[in-house]
Design a protein. Sequence first.
Length: 282
Amino acid sequence: MSPAAAARTAPATHVHVEEAGDGGPLLLCLHGIGSSSAAFVPQLAELAAYVRVVAWDAPGYGKSADPPGPLSLDDFADAAAAVIRERGCEAHVLGVSWGGVIALRLATRHPELVASLIVADSSVGSGTDPAKAAGMRARAEDLAAAGPRAFAEARGPRLVSPDAPRELVRRVVETMAASVRLPGYAYAAESMASADLRDELPSITAPALVLCGDRDTVTGPDASQAVAGALPKTAYVIVKDAGHLANQEQPERFDAWVLAHLRITARIPERAAARGPAHLPG
């Protein structure tokens, strides 16, 4: 974690967040279904020189409180909206996997809060296919049967490419084991299983950047292309040598594309001259 990063719990929403950066536009980071704010350590460290980065633990995850009852996709989107409103400004919203689905729903439910979208290794939801929906719902049963540690050891390595460093694999597994629990994970799985965003994506007016690791076998480039193709204002980027967690496996390439997007949509200045400019990957 960057020395500039600070952890706290947002009192209005009972959602734990990690924050870094003293000023500039707000970048809200929403993690995948098996993770937490720890997924955005590279972004908290790098992007805080340009923007104010806030990464959440979704309700029922990590250090956030367990919700008092079931949460739908709308509820998760509304919780994210509350985090933005608490800060009194609109946000550029970065969502990875399930977090990308939340970000897209946030943009349709609360368009006034979303300045732009960055959707990484995501999809339109699992509700487009009965088999995918059933598989998503079954994950909660797997977690209940195995427990967080064994569940993470079985699923975590699939989220990165086969050539990922062992340290990254270990970190992904440790993050998942420390982040997921019932009932929050079951609510998240149901929100994905019920989601089919195909009809609402064309109504999103916020400019978007859609990224996908070229070695993502969880959602995959086809799913990301379907998201990008349906959004009216979008750019689509493949991140080389990255699996499903492109922001963690290739953070320099990922962050460079995010900064390029923010320079267009947020007009951020070249603030980090002392650290060296961010170059687009070749």
